[in-house]
Each structure stands twice: as C-alpha cells, then as structure tokens.
Design a binder for this molecule. Structure first.
Ligand code: RRO
Length: 314
C-alpha cells in the first residue's frame, strides 16, 4: 500500500501556503530580480523588503558581518526601492501563484496610514507592518513603546480588507507579552511575525580594538541560529496568549528542519527564513521542508496542524 505523503501546507490569516517555510523580509528581497528568484524557489511566499515612502539607501559600510557558521550582525538601514515600486512589482509577481507579503516601515503615523492604504489597493495578499527595525539612527522601535504602537494600530486597522500583521521585536518580560497580546487582539491584527533581529548588540574585534559595524557606533541587529531561543520564547508566549485567533510566523534562527519543527511545537503556523537564506541559496527552503517532513514522520504526526503547539513540558 502506498504511504500517504505528509504535507507541510499551512495557512496564515486565511491565506494558503503550499509549505511551511518562506523568506523573511530583509534578505535578498529588495530588487525585482531577487523577488522573482523567490517566486521560482520553493519559498512558500514572496515576502518583500520593508518599504518606506520613497527609495532609501543602505547605511554606510561596513554594515554587516558574518559571525561563526550560522549568524550575522547587520545594520542595513532599511534600504529599499520605495513602496510605489513594490506595489508595481506585486502585480508582476502574481504569476508565481504564491502568497505575496508586502512589508512597510513608516517613520510617522501618517506614513503608516499612507502606505497601508496603498498596499490595501495592491496585489499583495498580506501586509506585514514592521514596528521593530532597530537600525535607523535616532529612531527607536515603535514596538517597544506600547502607546506609540496603539496609536499606529488605531489608524491602520480599518483601511481595507487585506489581513494586517505586525513584525515584532523580541520581548523578554511576561508583562510586555501580555500588553502586546492585548493590543493585537483589540485592534484585529491577523498575524504576527516574531521576531525581528535582536536589536542593538555590539560586536567588538579585540585585535583591531574596533566595532565591526560602522553605523550607530557599531550597535546593530543580531540574526541567525543563536537567536532561536528568543524567537521560540516569543512564539510560545504569544501562542499561549492569542487564543488561536492570530496566525504566527516564527522568525529568527530557523536554518533546518529541526529548528522549523521546534517553531512548530512552540506554536508557529509557518516560518520565515532570513540569515540561513542569506548564507545559502534558495535550496534552503526545499531542504527545510524535506527535513521538517522527516521530523513529523519520526514523531508520527501526519500534518503540521496536528503538531502545532504540541510542546511537552519536562
Ligand atoms: O534594513 C534593516 O537594517 C533592517 C530592518 Br528594516 C529590520 O526590520 N530588521 C533588521 O534587522 N534590519
């Protein structure tokens, strides 16, 4: 008898994904060529680089550094082609037949309103509102200030019918998870992506006595396998608080089927892959899905839905 093949198909805010892993905003998703490459790959969605109102250039270099085998630190500076370009691209990307996720990062409440309104009329399927970029000189992360976050959520919630999500910073205190979960539920947020890079770490090279990153006196975002414990904690903390009403992308440190499976046990509906895509090519999505199926088989789960949240306590 032929064995039934396990599928890693999933949904985020009612939108279908053929498999569990897609790219994370920020890595190789700024130009049309990079976005088309994601279209051709096994990434289950095309997540676009966070956009601002107008084209924005990179921070001065050195702005990134690989650390060890699986990590990196970066201060890219929200480089992007501007939201109008991505709205035009979203139409061209439709032919790949997968979910398209627009991402926006405003620098004022007015900009969030303008860009969410524009993306609501575009061909994207989901809108990820980035309130956690750590790399803009003189700007703090909106998501670390609950009053500012509420002010943004109030004005973007009813601008159209496409589901809105939030890209969140890493929180490490139950009071912060409680407060953010309350806002997410009150303002009809449909999905969250947790977490962004761990903001404002400082890497020092002892031989040169120097920071390794130039912008912001070296303070930059830490990404990669080392941050998996923080991303798992955030996924689990929100899974416990959001009563199954909000879809969760696990982001941060996913680089193989095992880390994806841990995100699934913690409660993630899908994972986004950043650093591991930066450090490898697009076969990373194929590999993560294949290895995730092996993990599901090993644990006798027949679908991701069956395994979601099934973390055991020792
Ligand atoms: O572009 C960046 O420097 C950047 C962004 Br927008 C973000 O959300 N997170 C990050 O680590 N880097």
């Amino acid at each position: 008898m032929k064995e039934k093949k396990i599928s890693t198909a999933t949904t985020i805010a009612g939108v279908k994904f053929d498999s569990y892993a897609c790219n994370a905003s920020g890595v190789k998703c700024t130009t049309l060529e990079e976005l088309k490459e994601l279209g051709r790959s096994d990434s289950s969605a095309i997540v676009i680089k966070s956009s601002t109102m107008k084209l924005q250039k990179w921070n001065d270099g050195p702005r990134w550094q690989y650390l060890g085998k699986n990590d990196m630190v970066q201060s890219n500076g929200l480089q992007n082609l501007g939201c109008e370009a991505y709205i035009a691209y979203s139409k061209k990307l439709k032919k790949y037949g997968k979910a398209i996720i627009g991402s926006i990062a405003g620098s004022s409440i007015g900009e969030y309103v303008t860009m969410v309104t524009a993306y609501q009329k575009s061909d994207v399927d989901l809108i990820e509102v980035n309130i956690s970029c750590p790399n803009i000189p003189e700007k703090s992360q909106v998501g670390r200030d609950f009053e500012q976050t509420e002010a943004v959520l109030k004005v973007i919630q009813n601008l159209g019918h496409k589901p809105i999500g939030l890209k969140l910073p890493a929180y490490d205190d139950p009071a912060h998870w409680n407060k953010m979960a309350e806002l997410i539920l009150r303002y009809n947020i449909s999905f969250i992506s947790c977490i962004n890079s761990i903001g404002n770490v400082l890497i020092i090279d002892a031989f040169s006595r120097s920071t390794v990153i130039k912008p912001k006196q070296g303070f930059a975002g830490l990404c990669g396998a080392s941050i998996l414990p923080q991303s798992l904690a955030n996924v689990r903390a929100f899974y416990d608080r959001l009563e199954g009403r909000v879809s969760i992308f696990g982001v941060g440190g996913v680089n193989d089927g095992e880390s994806a499976f841990k995100m699934l046990l913690a409660g993630a509906d899908a994972v986004q892959v950043g650093t591991a895509y930066e450090r490898n090519d697009s076969r990373i999505f194929t590999n993560i899905n294949r290895e995730l199926i092996e993990m599901l088989e090993y644990h006798h789960f027949s679908s991701v839905q069956e395994a979601k949240g099934q973390l055991l306590y020792c």
